[in-house]
Design a protein around this ligand. Sequence first.
Ligand SMILES: [Zn+2]
Length: 112
Amino acid sequence: METDEFSINAMYKKLRGEYIKVPWRRMTCNNQGSPKWIFALYLVINRRLYTINRLARWGGITNDTLCPLCMEANETYQHLFFTCIFSRMLWQKFLNWLSINRASNGWTEELT
Ligand SMILES: [Zn+2]
């Protein structure tokens, strides 16, 4: 005999719908970091961070797309977090601090 009892859990799942689990969900869910950091991480993961390169594409906001730190390349999220000489140096110090002996990789490799 099948019961038709009301369940909050079943209703929540029905209203929420079905979504594919993304591989980076553990980086944002149950993360003990500051909400501001987690929000910035979420923006980077979804490629929504307002980098200068992205603002220039919108037009009228800025025309100078160079990275303000090194002034050598366009400021994309890949450059801002991994290929800029300053961020590479920071990544290396951070990895050394965590006793991880390898060079930093690009965004896709680090996210994986
Ligand atoms: Zn730079």
